[in-house]
Write a protein that binds this ligand. Sequence first.
Ligand SMILES: [Zn+2]
Length: 74
Amino acid sequence: MIAAMKRRKKKCRPADEGAYTCPTCGEQIVIPLDRSGGSDQQYVEDCPVCCNPNIVHVEFLEEGESPRVWADAE
Ligand SMILES: [Zn+2]
């Protein structure tokens, strides 16, 4: 049997989504990205898992490459 109904795995996420690992709880947090906000972005966002504020950094690379996303504890 061919598993034709299988959907894409998470690794193939579209370019306008990124993920960072929360420095406090270690969970992977997926966030929407907005390329129109600039190629380097930084903002504070509360972790949806542990509620600690993280400084989220987003760096857009070349077209077709996944943006770099990482976070520091505030
Ligand atoms: Zn967390």
